[in-house]
Design a protein around this ligand. Structure first.
Ligand code: SAH
Ligand code: SF4
Ligand code: F3S
Length: 449
């Protein structure tokens, strides 16, 4: 009996890669187990976007080896694998497999080598035109599915490891994407999330030649498709057609994640982000002028080398102006191979912490303001779960807001009866910075599948 355990770190691309890796392993006759102790093959799908993420993996490796690693085959996949390569064998000699995401199509061959007793198996080439299209994906969520449409990154932001860890951009053909999306709807999925490091840089390599907006539109038109999300969009490639397509098709969620990184054009130039504050704000204006109420979320890095207080104030002003619905804030982390690693004017840690706190606090008030506007409104949610501690169902709006709600006529799941996976309307009665709360309305009418 061949058993494996897989733990995943990092972004949604990694989470979905893991679903594909698991599918491939199952297809190769392996069985997944929930604890590493019970597995013969232990895999870590790693992230190296910030130093902390990378350290976590090495800590996990050492800790596991000391306590339960004897006799196991251990593999490192993902971005740390690609970044560190064979150096991992020096640092953690008990590791037998090091493979980056651009090599996953070769997983079956790598497994054969491991089974044959090879203890230095690698998959580290970035020189590929392949994408990891596999029919063997084992999805975690039965209602919402990830679909990768583009892998890699052709940008070169001065702080970022992704171009080194994921290689050059490769798009899947629109036919392959739409075939997968159709197969998902036929299996009962109603919501999909199109994925790519820069999802909107998508370019169909087939003669059909769709751009991202066209692919988005076609996906939203598939019979049975209720919700289509996409992440992450790069501002440089964010064209107005994307908004027009969202405006004209209810199935496309009214949420755009558009990482800005900084509100200062000077900092953006030093980051090599390829747009100015003004160009970014133009995209925001398109969204604000849309017919639908589009939720806008972002990523911001504080303490990038050379970021002065005046630059940071520009970021704060922009945040006030845009009124983001949610934000991921990161303290700049020095990364190997990246140009910014050696920039001289690094910002002291205390200053980064301070800016992080100031921005977090500001965003909290902005989010409170944004969310308060929904009180009294009726929102459709896709139900994701039930919290037995609070007796509340957990749903998500098209705008990607968590909406917890009660339902007196259906207070809890019973046996096989549940609201999970269904769509229903909820009247919003309360708001907090991070979520909404309400009561299900029209409980007499049937819940829509
Ligand atoms: N491709 C996306 C972002 C992918 S990485 C884009 O270009 O917008 C996810 C986020 O991690 C980035 O948006 C950035 O905010 C953050 N990040 C990347 N490298 C970082 C670093 N060295 N230090 C801190 N944050 C970083
Ligand atoms: Fe990293 Fe920039 Fe590529 Fe995004 S666009 S993945 S931040 S290099
Ligand atoms: Fe991390 Fe790699 Fe994703 S570095 S954020 S897992 S692309």
């Amino acid at each position: 009996m061949k058993t494996f355990y897989l733990e995943t770190f990092g972004c949604q691309m990694n989470a979905h890669d893991s679903e594909k890796v698991i599918g491939t392993l199952l297809q190769q006759g392996y069985t997944q187990v929930p604890e590493p102790e019970a597995a013969e093959l232990v895999l870590y799908n790693t992230c190296s976007i910030r130093d902390k993420a990378e350290q976590k993996v090495f800590y996990r490796l050492q800790h596991f080896k000391k306590n339960a690693g004897a006799g196991k085959v251990i593999g490192v996949l993902g971005c740390v694998a690609q970044q560190e390569g064979e150096k991992i064998f020096e640092r953690a000699p008990f590791v037998s497999l090091v493979a980056g995401s651009a090599s996953y199509t070769k997983l079956p061959e790598m497994l054969v080598q491991l089974e044959a007793g090879n203890r230095r198996v690698t998959g580290l080439t970035l020189d590929t035109e392949d994408t990891f299209d596999t029919p063997y994906t084992r999805r975690d969520n039965p209602h919402r599915a990830y679909i990768t449409i583009i892998e890699g990154c052709d940008k070169a932001c001065a702080y970022c490891v992704v171009p080194f860890t994921r290689g050059p951009e490769r798009s899947r053909t629109s036919e392959s994407v739409l075939r997968e999306a159709t197969a998902l709807t036929e299996r009962g999925y109603t919501e999909v999330q199109l994925l790519g490091q820069n999802v909107n840089s998508y370019r169909d390599p087939s003669p059909t030649g769709y751009d991202f907006a066209q692919l988005l539109q076609r996906t939203g038109e598939l019979p049975g498709m209720r919700r289509v999300r996409f992440t992450t969009s790069h501002p440089r490639d964010f064209v107005k057609e994307i908004i027009d397509v969202i405006d004209n098709n209810e199935a496309l969620c009214n949420h755009v994640h558009l990482p800005v990184q900084s509100g200062s054009s000077e900092v953006l130039a030093r980051m090599q982000r390829l747009y100015t504050r003004e160009q970014y704000m133009q995209r925001i204006e398109w969204m604000k002028a849309a017919k639908r109420d589009i939720a806008i979320t972002t990523d911001i890095i504080v303490g990038f080398p050379g970021e002065t207080e005046a630059h940071f104030t520009e970021t704060l002003k922009m945040v006030e102006q845009v009124e983001y619905d949610a934000m991921f804030i990161f303290k700049y982390s020095r990364r190997p191979n990246t140009p910014a690693l050696n920039y001289e004017d690094q910002i002291p840690e205390e200053e980064k912490v301070l800016r992080f706190q100031i921005l977090t606090e500001l965003q909290r008030t902005v989010q409170m303001r944004r969310n308060a506007k929904y009180v009294g409104q009726r929102e459709e949610v896709h139900v994701e779960g039930f919290n037995s501690a609070t007796g509340q169902w957990i749903g998500r709006t098209s705008q990607n807001k968590m909406l917890n709600f009660g339902d007196p006529s259906f207070p809890a799941p019973t046996g096989s009866e549940t609201l999970v996976g269904k769509y229903t309307d909820v009247l919003v009665t309360r708001a907090s910075p991070h979520s909404l709360a309400g009561e299900r309305v029209g409980t007499q009418s049937p819940v829509v599948q």
